[in-house]
Design a protein around this ligand. Structure first.
Ligand code: SAM
Length: 278
């Protein structure tokens, strides 16, 4: 196993601090430092960047981020058992690692970071999608981050990058692709983790766009896509009837066939419809 710093191998760290993985905290650890270094590199050039890491656990990815030159890493961890292991990493990289003990859904991380910021995380599966949606829907755009490099279950990663006409295409794809450019950069088998989860995983790298790909009011776009995909098998003239009494005319006005279904409509079409209905 590669040594990227003078710290002990992760298996020793886990044994020394008795970090038995807890399923309710989504704990599937990455112990291969080659792999954590690859994920850190997938985030782009970290030198001169502050990095937000959610759920550092025993610190494998944290070590990758620091070894790859991150200026400052803010690591938010809910499990207090991990804090002594993280303190050892902080001591090995003086002044560059700040550990916050708390729930990432409650900590105001953005206020603690200086631009440019990259977010890199092997997310706990139970909070991953919620954090992604929050990072993609801030009150102000552009957001506090330049890029997000995040581990998801492969099935969720596929929904983020999905194209129209596929079963994976839906609200998550539209949200992610409206204001960012998402790509799957790495897929991992269950055995890459300790303990191994039941499913494959994938790392998605999202680069933010300075302004949305097509103009639309965020709240209206959100309402249109939620309504359309809540009944994704219905024709749009039926699923969207509640949004406007003359929805068939409105759909035709923006070049959408009222008998089409939500999963056939590209992002541009949803944005045009949101403008028409605004
Ligand atoms: N980053 C480590 C790695 O790659 O080996 C651990 C990844 S593990 C999938 C998820 C980590 O997130 C665990 O350390 C868990 O304790 C932590 N966690 C779970 N829920 C959290 C929350 N709401 N806020 C912050 N950390 C959380």
């Amino acid at each position: 196993m590669a040594t990227i710093d003078r710290l002990p191998p992760l298996r020793e760290v886990i044994a020394a601090h008795d970090l038995v993985a807890r399923r309710q905290l989504g704990q599937n650890f990455l112990l291969d430092l080659n792999l954590t270094a690859r994920i850190a590199r997938a985030a782009g050039d970290l030198s001169g960047c502050d990095v937000l890491e959610v759920g550092p656990g025993p610190g494998g990815l944290t070590r990758g981020l620091l070894a790859e030159g991150a200026r400052h890493v803010l690591a938010v961890e809910k499990d207090s058992r991990c804090l002594p292991a993280l303190a050892e990493i902080a001591a090995a990289y003086p002044g560059r690692l700040e550990v916050v003990h708390g729930d990432a859904l409650e900590v105001d991380s953005a206020a603690r970071l200086k631009a440019p910021v990259r977010v890199v995380a092997n997310l706990p599966y139970n909070v991953g999608t919620e954090l992604l949606v929050r990072w993609l829907t801030p009150a102000q755009w552009p957001p506090f981050w330049e890029s997000l490099t995040l581990m998801f279950q492969k099935e969720v990663a596929e929904r983020i990058v999905a194209r129209p006409g596929t079963r994976a295409y839906g609200r998550l794809a539209l949200l992610a692709q409206w204001r960012a450019d998402p790509k799957i950069v790495l897929t991992l088998p269950p055995e890459a983790f300790t303990p191994a989860p039941k499913v494959h995983s994938a790392v998605v790298h999202l680069t933010r766009l300075d302004s949305p790909r097509f103009p639309a009011d965020p709240a209206v776009l959100q309402r249109v896509t939620a309504t359309a995909f809540n009944q994704r098998r219905k024709m749009l003239r039926a699923s969207l009837r509640g949004l406007a009494p003359d929805i068939e005319d409105r759909l035709r006005a923006v070049g959408i066939d009222p008998t089409a279904r939500a999963e056939e409509i590209p992002l541009e079409g949803f944005c045009a419809l949101a403008r028409e209905l605004a």
